[in-house]
Design a protein around this ligand. Structure first.
Ligand code: HEM
Length: 423
C-alpha cells in the first residue's frame, strides 16, 4: 500500500490524478489547515477509509459525521481529559514493569509483538476490567482475523470496485466481529451491574458509562457504548504499539542517540518503572516518540471527500472528489524538512516545534477531529519507553531491516527483531 504514494509526492505539495474519478494527494501544510480546520465541514471522512472499520465500530465517534459526530465528541472528549488519563497511569506503569522484565538480556525479541502485548494489557485493564475477567487471547485472535480480512483491503481495491460489489473481506471478518462484540458487550454489562464501585475506582469504562453530552444531557445507549469501546480497544493499542516498535528500532539503529535517551531515563528512574509524574523530566523520550511517528506515522494515510467545490493550494477541487492526505509523504517531504529521511529527535526540541507550521507533523490528525486518545497514547508510550530504556540496551541483529507496510496502520514487516544487550 505504501507504494500508492508516488515519488513525486515527496517533492510536490499536491498532485492530482484520475482513477474512475479525479483524486488529489495533498502534502502541503497550508492546504492541510484548510481541510482539517478552516473549511473542515467541506471535508467529511471518505467512505473509502471508513468502510474498512465500520463493520467493527458502526457509527461511533471515529466514523460518524455531522450532528451524530458532534454530540459523541462533546460526550467523549471529557472522558480523555488529562486528569482522567493521569488517573489511569498506574496501570501503564505496572504494564511497563512487566514488559521490561519479559525481555531477557542476551536474547533476541520481536519488539512489536512485545509492545502489542503491553498496550493490550493496558487497554484490557482500563476498559475491560483486566485479563482475569476477559479472555484476552480469544479477543486478540479475533482482532488479528479482522485485520487480516476486512482491515487488509486496500484503498485501490475500494476505488476500483463500485459500491454494490460485496467485499470478500467483510464477509470473512463477520465471525471475528461477532466474537469481539459479544465479549465487549459482556464486559460492559458486567460493569453496569457492578454497583459496589466507588468513584475513586473509575477507569475508562466507568467514565464512558457516566458520560453525557454537556449540551443535551444525552447518554450513550448500549450500542453507542459497544461501538466506541470496541474502537478504543482496537485503535488504542495497535497504533501505540507500532509507535513504540518503530522508536525502539530507530534507537537501536542510532546507538549514540539511544545512549542519550538511556542516560536521561536512568538518571530520572534508576531501577523503578516510570510514572506520570516523571514525564516532565524525560523530554528526550517524548522527542524520540514524536520523531519516530514522523518517520513512521502509525496512521500514514487519511482520506476526505470534497462536499462542495473548493480551492486547495491554488488548485480547483470539485465536489465529490477524493482528497488523500499522505501523512507519510508530508512527514518526509523535501520542501518542509532539512534531512527528511534522517532520524533526529532534535526536530522536536520545543524551539524547533514552535518554529514549524503546526500542520507539518500530524500523527494524530488535526483540528476538531484530532485523535481524542492522543494524550492517553502519549502517556502510555512515554511510560513504557522510558521504563524499557532505563532497564535495557537494544541492539540490531543480523536480520534484514524491517520494511514499512501500510494496511490500516503502518506496520514493520516482518516485525522489529532486536537483541537485548548484556551490560
Ligand atoms: C500512537 C497512537 C495513536 C495514533 C497515531 C492515532 C492516530 C489517530 C488519527 C490520525 C486520527 C484522526 C483520523 C482522521 O482525521 O481521519 C485519530 C482519531 C481518533 N483516535 Fe487515535 N490514534 C492513536 C491512539 C488512540 C487511542 C489510544 C485512542 C483511544 C483509546 C484513540 C481514539 C481515537 C478516536 C476515537 C478518534 C476519532 C476522533 C474523532 O473523529 O472525533 N486513538 N487517531
Amino acid at each position: 500500500m505504501l507504494e500508492v504514494i508516488p515519488a513525486i509526492c515527496y517533492v510536490q505539495p499536491m498532485i492530482t490524478g484520475w482513477m474512475g474519478s479525479r483524486w488529489h494527494m495533498v502534502q502541503d501544510p497550508v492546504a492541510n489547515k484548510r481541510i482539517f480546520l478552516d473549511n473542515v465541514d467541506n471535508y467529511p471522512k471518505s467512505e473509502v477509509m471508513i468502510r474498512m472499520v465500520r463493520p467493527a465500530v458502526g457509527d461511533s465517534l471515529f466514523t460518524a459525521e455531522g450532528a451524530d459526530w458532534r454530540w459523541q465528541r462533546r460526550t467523549v472528549a471529557p472522558v480523555f481529559a488529562q486528569r482522567n488519563v493521569n488517573a489511569l497511569a498506574p496501570f501503564m506503569t505496572k504494564t511497563a514493569e512487566r514488559a521490561a522484565s519479559r525481555l531477557t538480556p542476551g536474547s533476541e525479541h520481536e519488539l512489536v509483538g512485545e509492545m502489542l502485548s503491553a498496550t493490550f494489557d493496558v487497554i484490557c485493564d482500563v476498559a475491560l476490567s483486566g485479563r482475569d475477567h476477559f479472555d484476552a487471547d480469544v479477543y486478540g485472535a479475533a482482532i488479528l482475523r479482522y485485520f487480516e480480512t476486512v482491515g487488509k483491503a486496500s484503498i485501490l481495491d475500494f476505488l476500483q470496485m463500485p459500491d454494490w460489489v460485496p467485499r470478500p473481506g467483510a464477509l470473512l471478518g463477520r465471525g471475528a466481529v461477532k466474537t469481539m462484540h459479544a465479549m465487549v458487550s459482556e464486559a460492559i454489562e458486567a460493569r453496569r451491574n457492578d454497583t459496589g464501585r466507588s468513584a475513586e475506582m473509575d477507569d475508562l469504562l466507568d467514565h464512558m458509562l457516566k458520560a453525557e453530552d454537556p449540551n443535551s444531557g444525552r447518554k450513550m445507549n448500549a450500542q453507542d457504548l459497544l461501538h466506541n469501546m470496541q474502537f478504543f480497544i482496537v485503535a488504542g493499542h495497535e497504533t501505540t504499539a507500532l509507535a513504540l516498535g518503530w522508536a525502539l528500532y530507530l534507537l537501536a539503529s542510532h546507538p549514540n542517540l539511544q545512549e542519550h535517551a538511556r542516560d536521561q531515563a536512568k538518571a530520572v528512574l534508576g531501577d523503578r518503572p516510570a510514572t506520570a509524574e516523571d514525564l516532565s523530566r524525560l523530554p528526550y523520550v517524548r522527542q524520540v516518540l514524536d520523531e519516530a511517528m514522523r518517520l513512521y506515522p502509525p496512521v500514514a494515510f487519511l482520506a476526505r471527500n470534497a462536499a462542495e467545490d473548493d480551492v486547495l493550494g491554488g488548485r480547483e477541487v470539485r465536489r465529490n472528489e477524493i482528497v488523500f492526505l499522505a501523512i507519510y509523504a508530508l512527514h518526509r517531504h523535501e520542501m518542509w524538512w532539512d534531512r527528511p529521511n534522517e532520524f533526529d529527535p532534535g526536530n522536536f526540541l520545543d524551539t524547533a516545534v514552535k518554529a514549524r507550521h503546526r500542520y507539518l507533523h500530524m500523527p494524530f490528525g488535526a483540528g476538531p477531529r484530532v485523535c481524542v486518545g492522543a494524550n492517553f497514547a502519549m502517556m502510555q508510550a512515554q511510560i513504557i519507553l522510558a521504563t524499557l530504556l532505563a532497564r535495557h540496551r537494544f541492539e540490531l541483529t543480523d536480520r534484514a531491516p524491517p520494511t514499512p507496510v501500510m494496511h490500516m496502520t503502518l506496520r514493520p514487516d516482518p516485525g522489529v527483531w532486536l537483541k537485548i544487550a548484556t551490560e
